[in-house]
Design a binder for this molecule. Structure first.
Ligand code: KG4
Ligand code: ZN
Length: 345
């Protein structure tokens, strides 16, 4: 079964064709970065307008790269939540129209579940349950994955998302946009011990089992420390402040915050397989720190499937289709994460 997957939740206009939930036949991502870069962040109005202009060409290219015609597609899927409402509506409406005009099934997909699924496009089937580390520009979720469509949220951010912290720090220092990839690159030339930034108070010391926030993360304190109080936390060496050192020191703490919460989740659930997903899963420091843990099997999607893409949408949609699910064409977009209950392990 060949599924066309469409993803337009934020600033990537993406479409892909995936066969039987695994075999990626094409994966086209048209990034809007140059259009948002002058503003150092995503401008929702620009994002939805660009999606409207590009979606037809992006889908056409995905079909061409897969050497397929529209009539070869067996089903269509699109992200319906969470994301920017105007952007979501473009991909969702296009997918519904495609499905309706060809009289084929349509599936509405949750973006975060799709990020969690992305790793499965590159590894042999993973046995449930496992831990999910979902880290993107809008969300930070540590969860127990019970099935492809069922997660239990163990921890989340109590303020900013991980990617948001990277983006805001980069914006403040004019490092470039989008912040995550830029800081990651700069950090390679920096000394991560140049500055000492604080861990969030919810991770000061070690929280005992049963503590409400054991698997939660918080980034606003770190972000504010880096942005506003750099002097205060300065570790005077030669007095010179290098941007690369700021980037490396921030990144070290940002990754440490995620790992604290994740390791608590491993300990509390007894699960030792972690599947990462979302843009921040591309972070080199996060990847290398997790690779050092012999007792944890960590699976990352390939770099091109960490950020937003259509392949993860088409891939997960196949599982819904295989069990006979269909989404009604009345499904609409939602900006929020919905349907996941937080539960302490
Ligand atoms: O999943 P994604 O492409 O879009 C959302 O669903 O939000 O994630 C985008 C986020 C941005 O905040 C971006 O700065 C961050 O992922 N990101 C990174 C890296 N590459 C992208 N953060 C840290 N290190 C990276 N290498
Ligand atoms: Zn995403």
């Amino acid at each position: 079964m060949k599924v066309l997957g469409i993803e337009t939740s934020c600033d990537e206009c993406a479409a892909a064709v995936v066969e039987d939930g695994r075999n990626v036949l094409s994966n086209v991502v048209a990034t809007q970065i140059p259009h948002h870069a002058p503003y150092n962040g995503v401008v929702p109005e620009i994002a939805s307008r660009k999606h409207t202009e590009w979606i037809y060409c992006v889908v056409k290219e995905a079909l061409e790269k897969a050497a397929l015609e529209p009539q070869d597609i067996d089903a269509v899927a699109a992200t319906s939540r969470p994301g920017l409402l105007g952007s979501l509506l473009v991909g969702l409406s296009f997918a519904k129209a495609f499905a309706w005009s060809r009289n084929i099934p349509f599936i509405a997909v949750d973006h975060m579940l799709a990020h969690l699924y992305a790793a499965q496009l590159s590894v042999e089937t993973l046995a449930y349950p496992y831990l999910g580390l979902l880290v993107s520009g809008g969300h930070s979720i540590i969860c127990r994955a019970n099935a492809f469509d069922n997660i239990t949220v163990l921890g989340t951010t109590i303020d900013d998302a991980a990617g948001e912290a990277f983006d805001k720090v980069a914006k403040h220092y004019h490092f470039g946009y989008p912040g995550g990839a830029v800081i990651d690159r700069m950090a390679k030339d920096g000394d991560s011990d140049s500055f000492r930034f604080p861990m969030p108070s919810l991770h000061k010391g070690s929280l005992p089992r049963g503590s409400e926030h054991r698997c939660d993360v918080s980034y606003s304190g770190l972000k504010n420390a880096v942005i506003n109080q750099l002097e205060q936390f300065r570790h005077k060496k030669d007095g010179a402040t290098r941007n690369e050192d700021i980037a490396a020191s921030f990144q070290k703490t940002a990754v440490e915050i995620l790992l604290r919460a994740l390791f608590n989740a491993c300990e509390d659930t007894g699960l030792s397989t972690v599947v990462a997903g979302g843009g921040v899963a591309a972070n080199s420091s996060l990847r290398s720190r997790l690779a050092q843990r012999q007792d944890i099997r960590c699976i990352f999607p390939p770099m091109e499937l960490c950020g937003d893409n259509g392949a993860m949408i088409a891939g997960i949609a196949w599982h819904y289709l295989a069990r006979g699910d269909r989404s009604p064409l009345s499904v609409t977009a939602s900006a929020r994460v919905e349907g996941f209950k937080k539960k302490y392990p």
